[in-house]
Ligand binder design. Structure first.
Ligand code: ATP
Length: 135
């Protein structure tokens, strides 16, 4: 079945939310097919976030993602790409709906880049590309 790349970003790892985030994925019915905790290199992150190069939040985003360990997960299930983005909630945690990972567990801390706990691939093509980078 379909796979997506989920990243638990450094804020999620620092706040000991790995279990809570995985719990929500599993409770929804998705399966953790592969899982690893890594210290990403700048090269890996540059490839992952290539589409954002040149944007105002690019450097703060890179600094943030380099600030600690990240957990990478290959999550599987029917329509998991769309489904994970639904349980993650909106990019801006201030307005992410209650009941979502970002809405329930994060907020705006006044940092240059929004710290929103998780990443999830946004299409079949990006899922394939990103999974090849991280696994
Ligand atoms: P992700 O790709 O991490 O799942 P997303 O798809 O909701 O999040 P993207 O547009 O891909 O968001 O942006 C990647 C990340 O860059 C966001 O998750 C957030 O951490 C940061 N970001 C995006 N837009 C902004 C912005 N306007 N200001 C500050 N940070 C931003």
């Amino acid at each position: 079945s379909e796979s997506t790349l989920v990243l638990i970003k450094p804020d999620g790892v620092r706040r000991n939310l790995i279990g809570e985030i995985i719990r929500r994925c599993e409770a929804k019915g998705y399966v953790v097919a592969e899982l690893k905790k890594i210290t990403p290199t700048r090269e890996l992150l540059a490839a992952h976030y290539a589409e954002h190069e040149g944007k105002v939040f690019y450097e703060p985003l890179m600094e943030f993602m380099l600030s600690g360990d990240v957990v990478a997960i290959r999550l599987t299930g029917h329509r998991v790409i769309e489904g994970f983005r639904s349980i993650a909630g909106a990019t801006d945690p201030t307005v992410a709906a209650a009941g979502t990972i970002r809405g329930d567990l994060s907020r705006d801390w006044g940092t240059k880049v929004v710290q929103n706990l998780v990443h999830g691939s946004d299409s079949v093509e990006s899922a394939q590309r990103e999974l090849a980078l991280w696994f």
